[in-house]
Design a protein around this ligand. Sequence first.
Ligand code: SAH
Length: 470
Amino acid sequence: MFKKQTNFNQHTSNNQPVEVNIGDRFPLTIKRLGINGEGIGYYKRKICFVPNALPEEVVVVEVTESNAHFLRGKIHSIRQASEYRIKPRDSYANNVGGFELEHLEYSQQLKFKRDLIQQSLEKFQPRGFKHYQIKQTIGMDNPFEYRNKAQFQVRLLDGHVAAGLFKTGSHDLVDLPTCAVQIPVTMKVMRQVVKIIEALAIPIYNEEDHSGIIKTLVVRVAQGTGEIQLTFITNSPKLPHKRELLEQISTQLPEVTSIMQNINKGESPLVWGEQTVHLAGEEAITETIGDLKFRLSARAFLQLNPTQTKVLYAETAKALDLNPTDNLVDAYAGIGTIGLTLADQVDQVRGMEVIKDAVDDANFNAKQNNIDNVSYEVGTAEELLPKWLDDGFFIDALVVDPPRAGLDQQLIESILNARPEKFVYVSCNPSTLARDLVTLTRDYKVEYMQPVDMMPQTPKCEVVVKLVRI
Ligand code: SAH
């Protein structure tokens, strides 16, 4: 009995997890930034995530979440601020997603993105990872006003129409009258359309009872031509006061060249619905990259940062190092921007993409640029690549540019089967990249990794990886 008591005492003094309650406050030294750009420190050895805190800061944390694995807290006060802390341009930057690093000096943001790749490699440990050459992140001269697309939720707040983003982890809308990362004309159109909708009293979507019509506004500008597409995402095919709405947009916002409606009924985790209808102007806008023109439909993906897209594609071309006799595959092609940009350097390009409208754009884009050695198909990379290989298509060069989920295991197997001599992986997520490299490095070695900052002020990290067959 006595012995047990002693053990118990030892346990409490040394090992027993400290109980931490919501609302508790304690000082914490921040060690590093995590993948979402949040500060990370350790309280009695337990990991604690603190959004907006920076490495080497000492902050008083107020606990907002406590469980067996981690703590989360908000900054109550900063006792010792980082020398790299700056005042964010957007007053709401600490409340909504998309501005996680606006309080960190830009040179440090670039350093963080390179470190993030390192952290992911250390976690997954693909073969030879300790020797990979990770180059310095290529940043922007002006890391603001770069986003070509604003996709804002629309709700009624205090009787007024508000358009903005949800507070992190909630569905409370924060109205964004200004936004320092958006290309200014996208904000001008957004705010003017909000005024028009309010004046016409068009019903706004209400999440509680799924009533109302307008859910989301999407404004996308093609920087090369100045054309702007506006899309109303609605709860129903109806759009009350449609005629007046379109008339007013046409007189007040002549820069809007295409107006679309996308229907997404009721509660849905997705922003976009299946059906898109044409309301006014053109059905698409045209962007330019280098000397080429690209038709861009509302549903199709395009890189969000036109200035850095040129840098990203130049780095992709450099890493591929193509020959005129090469057959190139452009996997996860979007509207064919990568393949079409490289078409004059190779014999043939084949590409695939899951969104049909984007594939139609890609094939149209080949025609409108008089490029005849390129073809795009609708389908997943994991289905189509093995099919093309079975049909006898020989691949010299491959570029993959997948979404955040990374590559499907089946696709990795067919890549390892086909063994293209030239292979570049453009990744927007260092975690899935590091995971995929574990298998890919069975037959390839990483020559170098070149991070390119496509999304300043956020923790998002894009990297071009040159792989060489071994
Ligand atoms: N390379 C393009 C697009 C990259 S974004 C550009 O630079 O603009 C990734 C694209 O992959 C998106 O257009 C998405 O629709 C598409 N996609 C998603 N899953 C896919 C899959 N399994 N197979 C092929 N394409 C896919």
